[in-house]
Design a protein around this ligand. Sequence first.
Ligand code: SAM
Ligand code: SF4
Length: 328
Amino acid sequence: MRDPFGRDITYLRVSVTDRCDFRCVYCMAEDMTFLPKAEILSLEEMERLCAAFIALGVRKLRITGGEPLVRRDVLRLFERLGSRLGNGLDELTLTTNGSQLARFASPLHEAGVRRINVSLDTLRAETFTAITRWGRIERTLDGIFAAKAAGIAIKINMVALKEVNEHEIDAMLAWCGEHGFDLCLIETMPLGEIEGDRTAQYLPLSLVRARLRRNWTLTASDYRTGGPARYYDVGETGQKLGFITPLTHNFCESCNRVRLTCTGTLYMCLGQEDAADLRAVLRREESDEALHAAILAAIARKPKGHDFVIDREHRRPALARHMSVTGG
Ligand code: SAM
Ligand code: SF4
């Protein structure tokens, strides 16, 4: 699958649910309304769609959400997709808040998952609950260590929030080094209506990087995932440190990914509204031919780059849909 700008599309992120057991302040409102069940693809439908993408050249799948591990029977999907590893698929991975990871870590490893991203914005119990509203840090930490014990490599995702956790970033980098985890810092993105003022949370990562350089030796690395992260090697720990600055255009030209929502809508770019309704094709057509054609037609519309802007004057998100819908 090659898009009009010559980029090979080899990476699909799949949101398996819009639901979550947390209500992170930058991601959701506390009283979120979720989609009716009938609109959500069954696990079988998701598998069929993923198989179509793999047949067309996708080599890496990331399961995300919402919180993917709160979807009932989600392990079955991991097992089915895991059976395709080495057979078209190179990597099956997951982004999770870690709350359910303690019980899922071993079965995920058995299904073929070797690397995961776990979101952890702070190491302080109180701050954790303040950010996630409903979460408890012990469960996420238990999940992280269960995954480590199961032999899964871990990257910690930390959203950098002005005043909330900005003074904890050194401590997080040290903690990650101690336990052998990579760390990825994320700038807040203007996605979805939430309560509160987004511009008040915004912390530019250029500033964070400059501050970190006072204490750490950061060497720019060639490591790329095709996403918007720029990586550095951390001299003192030997781990990687990534910076995801979605509001900059740095890496759109090498973007290799598309995103599928839990309702079967394909977004060709996280920062654009254009989308393709694959559920309609999936439910209408028995043959995979029409599905393949619909996917290829969508890829042919992949835009060159995104147009994120924070509407500072009206304090509105640039895009109304939440991150939990498109999948982070
Ligand atoms: N629930 C899982 C989790 O938290 O890891 C997976 C889905 S979550 C939407 C994926 C990632 O997106 C998380 O690392 C989260 O911190 C990040 N995220 C959510 N809303 C965001 C926003 N408005 N700006 C930046 N990152 C955001
Ligand atoms: Fe849930 Fe992840 Fe969004 Fe937090 S960031 S509310 S854990 S989907």
